[in-house]
Design a protein around this ligand. Structure first.
Ligand code: ASP
Ligand code: MG
Length: 418
């Protein structure tokens, strides 16, 4: 059996839905489980809604109405007005209608997951209905009863044993009857609350299903021809990899390549399941295959650009050396505040750390650090990571920029620049 994942860009409008059905129709002789993200930029819009609701600001209904309108406009293009998908979608939105009527009682992260999850619940309703309309028998599945997680909202951890048990119990049988369409990015707790697996987590969902079902492969359908050595929006002489090793793919995602979610590869590598990255606009193209036994020769370096970075420089309050005890205390505070470290470097008197600018977490961390350390910070920076760098790569990439931190190892160079 095969697992497919369609991201937001592939289902951003009616044409995308029609194209999805065309891609799926090429695989009618296979058992298929399809994981779908929220449509277009819906997750960002729902994040705004969650924030507006939490802050009880004036624009809650405006934001919510425009999200609904976006979906209903697309449904209206695809279906007759009597189609049952209108009710299915309306009933899905009801899940948050009720919540929005009352004032927020719970933590922001909990509220976020209950609201943001609607994006995937709705997109999958539309995809399943449209596949059926196109004559491809499909069944909608609520992933929250299959992917079981703890209650770390917004970054939930999968409970693998329970998840594997649920997935293997009924899904193989269902796959002999029809295509299954389910939500990426979501999970459910033992109390039946909705969780999310971290932004862009739908790839990970696909890999969880593939690993539990021992799929022949996972394909993630993208708006690029495959995995490229750099972002084609930023560089014009990019090359596509025909094949990549699991390890290289893990390294690339670790350093911030957004083409695949970082947690995706490990379950596939453990089960020896190949991951294909293919263009949804040209489905017969081979794309990139990530699998065992590939030895890559890198004629061009792999370049990963991460914008919106902050560099913290942390010193002891009495300017004594930064000792191992300090380091372990400081890193503990990062972990507690959910701030992930992208690069770190120590010197005698300070510890420098480059992180993503995520105000909700960073403000808390800064307050915490300021109680015991001196902290300086620089924002609006860019982290450039180059794997398999060549002699001049770093020099060329940093021309005209000020380098604030540089770290070079055998395979990887990282610079933080302004
Ligand atoms: N819709 C979610 C997001 O935009 C998950 C995903 O697309 O993978 O982060
Ligand atoms: Mg996405």
């Amino acid at each position: 059996m095969l697992v497919f994942k369609f991201g937001g860009a592939s289902v951003k409008d009616a044409a995308g839905m029609i194209n999805l059905a065309k891609v799926v129709s090429l695989y009618q002789d296979q058992q298929l489980l399809i994981v779908v993200s929220a449509m277009g930029k819906t997750t960002n819009a729902l994040e705004k809604l969650a924030k507006a609701y939490f802050d009880q600001s004036d624009d809650i209904q405006d934001i919510y109405e425009s999200i609904k309108r976006y979906h209903y406009d697309i449904i209206a293009e695809l279906f007759d007005s009597s189609a049952s998908v209108f009710d299915d979608v309306a009933n899905t939105f009801v899940e948050i209608d009720w919540m929005l009527e009352d004032e927020p009682q719970d933590s922001y992260d909990f509220i976020y997951d209950q609201i943001v999850s609607v994006g995937e619940l709705v997109s999958t309703r539309i995809v399943a209905a449209y596949l059926n309309k196109a004559g491809l028998k499909a069944q909608w599945l609520d992933v929250r009863g299959y992917i079981h997680t703890d209650n770390k909202y917004r970054e939930a951890n999968v409970q693998w044993d329970k998840t594997r048990e649920s997935i293997t119990l009924s899904i193989p049988e269902q796959l002999t009857q029809s295509i299954i369409v389910t939500q990426g990015f979501l999970g459910g707790t033992s109390e039946n609350f909705t969780t999310t697996l971290g932004r862009e987590g739908s790839d990970y969902t696909a890999s969880i299903f593939a690993s539990c079902l021992n799929a022949d492969s996972v394909t993630t359908w993208k708006d690029v021809p495959g995995i490229l050595n750099a972002d084609p929006k930023l560089f014009d002489d990019t090359v596509k990899f025909d094949e990549l090793s699991y390890n290289e793919a893990i390294e690339m995602t670790y350093y911030g390549a957004t083409v695949i979610h970082p947690k995706t590869i490990k379950p596939l590598k453990n089960a020896g399941i190949p991951l294909l990255v293919k263009p949804f606009g040209d489905p017969t193209q081979p794309g990139t295959v990530i699998k065992e036994g590939v030895t890559n020769v890198f004629k061009k370096p792999v370049i990963i650009i991460k914008n919106n970075q902050v560099l913290l420089s942390i010193s002891t309050s009495d300017y004594s050396f930064v000792s191992e005890d300090h380091l372990s205390d400081i890193i503990g505070r990062f972990a507690k505040s959910h701030v992930k470290i992208n690069v770190m470097q120590t010197s005698a008197l300070s510890f420098s750390v480059c992180v993503d600018y995520t105000p909700e977490y960073l403000d808390k961390l800064l307050k915490n650090l300021n109680s015991s350390y001196k902290v300086k910070y620089n924002s609006d920076l860019t982290l450039i990571t180059v794997r398999h760098y060549l002699h001049d790569t770093i020099k060329n990439l940093t021309i005209g920029k000020t380098t604030l931190l540089e770290q070079i190892s055998r395979n990887t160079a990282q610079v933080v620049v302004k």
